[in-house]
Write a protein that binds this ligand. Sequence first.
Ligand code: NAP
Length: 245
Amino acid sequence: MKKTVLITGAAKGIGRAIAIKFSKLDYKVVINYNKSYELAKQLQSELLKENKDIYICKADITKKEEIENLVNFTLEKCGSIDVLVNNAGISKANLFIEDSIDEMNEIIAVNLMGTLNVTQTVLKKYMINKKDGAIINLSSIWGITGASCEVMYSTTKAAIIGFTKSLAKEIGPSNIRVNTVAPGFIMTDMTSNYTQEEINDFKSKIPLDRVGNTDDIAGVVTFLASDDASYITGQVISPNGGVVI
Ligand code: NAP
């Protein structure tokens, strides 16, 4: 029987590559989007050529009611949620002393509370009773090392690692695995405001001598969801070209 994956923020960037990879592996795929309706629709049309079970669903993951709808929609359309990928995220480069309370709350609401609320809803509505599942959270190398001028972003991404480790211990006995993928520098809209000079400077510090692409991350996510990773839980895997070892 086909498995189902729910991916937050999957209309573009890393989430999009993850959706494509799961579709190729013949999963039923639910592509969550918030603002990128056109891109979600486009991706759905593309994937439907090879896989009939591709769905799109709007939900702002900072809103509890929209999360409930997203999870209900997935269960109604697909009948299960075998894999949850908490990919949606935002970043903001700022000096910490210039971060407003509203900006801090926004980044916490999406990156941290969004991930927590989606996960809790999926666990309550499906995975705990099913006693099966895999959850993959997107952190960042900045969640491991910390990053100047991205203090709030790094703080939320570090919290995701703490969340992953704690939850893995709590729900391991329910046969649910929880892992984190912590990418290095990946070319997407999120990194599009970096100048070529900044990218070259970052690249010069990467042992594999290139910045990452979205497929570098998607492959790790699908591996962590697979039976080949059946004894892996509570771990942080960081595809980063060796820049953080
Ligand atoms: P991106 O291209 O900017 O995509 C971000 C995604 O998050 C979009 O699909 C967006 O959906 C979604 N999103 C944002 N706010 C949302 C909300 N309130 N509700 C639902 N979805 C929301 O960024 P990306 O580079 O692919 O990043 C994906 C993940 O990887 C993030 O968690 C990011 O922190 C992490 N990451 C990225 C890098 C990198 O270098 N790019 C490195 C480390 C970690 P809509 O467009 O539909 O609103």
